[in-house]
Design a protein around this ligand. Structure first.
Ligand SMILES: [Zn+2]
Length: 263
């Protein structure tokens, strides 16, 4: 458990006790009253996938997290599933952990209609049924922050063409500063000193990066948006899943979404 989680729990428990309404709860009880809902996006199609909506007990921002856009990028998918299991104190967290189920079931990058993360041209209609369905869902929730979790094969800046261990922000809001700060935090607290190649970088802002989902969110909605890329180069699945999950947690916290359960 994170220290600040303990602190916030203590403060809330104290508030309840002062109000004279502290329930006789055991140590495993959670005072939090986050609500959870799931439903199916694109039901009755090959693309049917689960959307998780977690509401904190207090009003706050809306965040949206996607994983599994590329079907063979298991660490991004699992990190999104981790996020979908959280309770949050305030705001709304919308998670689609398995966006591209056809590709996930095949274990391939692409499902049907080509590379899904190249079908979201800014300013234009998305270019497949799945892309249009996901985009409609994003517009409906109108998130204050958006994040898409991926896995790369190589090292950013070392192996040309690879983007592993980078966080790419949109140009909107403070996204570039947040991406830089979270990359530094991961390097300080998560990446071991003996793995200097695996330090995270904050990539340049996305305006020129083409028809990516997060780029369209940044440009069309003016929303801080991020692509998180963790590499499979010398990193096993549990490790890169954990690092990607931590990156998501830190970025979300910077946008006012803080989890209140889990370690
Ligand atoms: Zn990817």
């Amino acid at each position: 458990m994170k220290r600040r989680t303990v602190l916030s729990r203590s403060v809330a428990a104290l508030a309840l006790a002062v109000a004279g309404s502290a329930p006789a709860t055991g140590e495993h009880s959670d005072f939090a009253t986050a609500t959870r809902e799931t439903y199916t996006l694109l039901p009755d199609t090959d693309h049917a996938t689960t959307v998780h909506v977690i509401e904190g007990s207090e009003p706050g921002p809306t965040a949206m997290v996607t994983g599994g856009v590329h079907g063979d990028e298991t660490s991004g998918l699992r990190a999104a599933e981790n996020v979908a299991s959280w309770d949050i104190a305030r705001g709304t967290l919308v998670v689609v952990p398995r966006v591209n189920v056809v590709a996930i079931e095949r274990g391939t990058r692409e499902g049907t209609g080509g590379d899904l993360n190249r079908l979201f041209p800014p300013g234009e209609e998305p270019e497949s049924k799945l892309a249009r369905g996901l985009w409609a869902e994003i517009e409906r929730h109108d998130p204050d922050v958006f994040m898409d979790l991926h896995r790369s094969l190589g090292i950013y800046g070392v192996q040309p063409g690879y983007v592993g261990q980078a966080i790419f922000p949109s140009a909107a809001g403070d996204a570039q500063q947040h991406a830089r700060a979270v990359a530094e935090l991961l390097n300080d607290e998560v990446v071991p000193w003996y793995m200097p190649l695996h330090k995270y970088h904050s990539g340049g802002p996305m305006p020129e990066s083409g028809p990516l989902i997060a780029n369209k969110v940044g440009q069309d909605l003016g929303t801080p948006a991020y692509v998180v890329e963790s590499t499979s180069f010398l990193l096993d699945l549990p490790t890169r899943t954990a690092w990607t999950t931590r990156a998501a947690a830190e970025l979300l916290e910077r946008h006012g979404i803080e989890r209140i359960n889990g370690d």
